[in-house]
Ligand binder design. Sequence first.
Ligand code: ZN
Length: 205
Amino acid sequence: MNFSSKLLENAVAEFAKLPGVGQKTALRLVLHLLNQDKPDVERFSHAISKLRNEIQFCRVCHNISDLQVCEICASPKRDHSLICVVEDTRDVMAIQNTDQYNGVYHVLGGLISPMDGIGPSDLQVDTLVERLKGNDVKEVIFALSATMEGDTTIFYLHKKLKDFNINISTIARGIAFGGELEYVDEVTLGRSIVTRVPYENSLSK
Ligand SMILES: [Zn+2]
């Protein structure tokens, strides 16, 4: 692409770094912003820099939060004896949207993937183990995608957690998830949480 302006070229180059955004789309977005009122564009860039600078991760569950402890972990209305283990914040949002779950969460921050060089130490595993050391937790539910990485992660975590006196369950693994939890429709996801099965039973299928 030949740009008539270095400023234009720089902005396009930044947008083109976003996932799924090619040069053409980046140019279209940048030209769109140029057509907006200046205060609107200010608000746009301010929201992004504020997000990056001020966002926190809940120190209990590691979900993205505006506070040190997120609203879910801080809520006395939630069942803190029930921890749902998920890959990332999109899964928390998807499960919250089902209105079928009233426990708390633990966000791993990824899945074990030897191919990508992601091992257990890259994930929030130790803090999950710490959370189980009190006697308050009765059940851990794995809600991870039905992929090789999801299965590997559950297998690993199960080994780590099995000596605690808790129930370990998993959302129905037989359902065709199409990969990521966030793409499952709310009814299916909600039902799979309600009808979760003990992890051992899920293996014998
Ligand atoms: Zn939290």
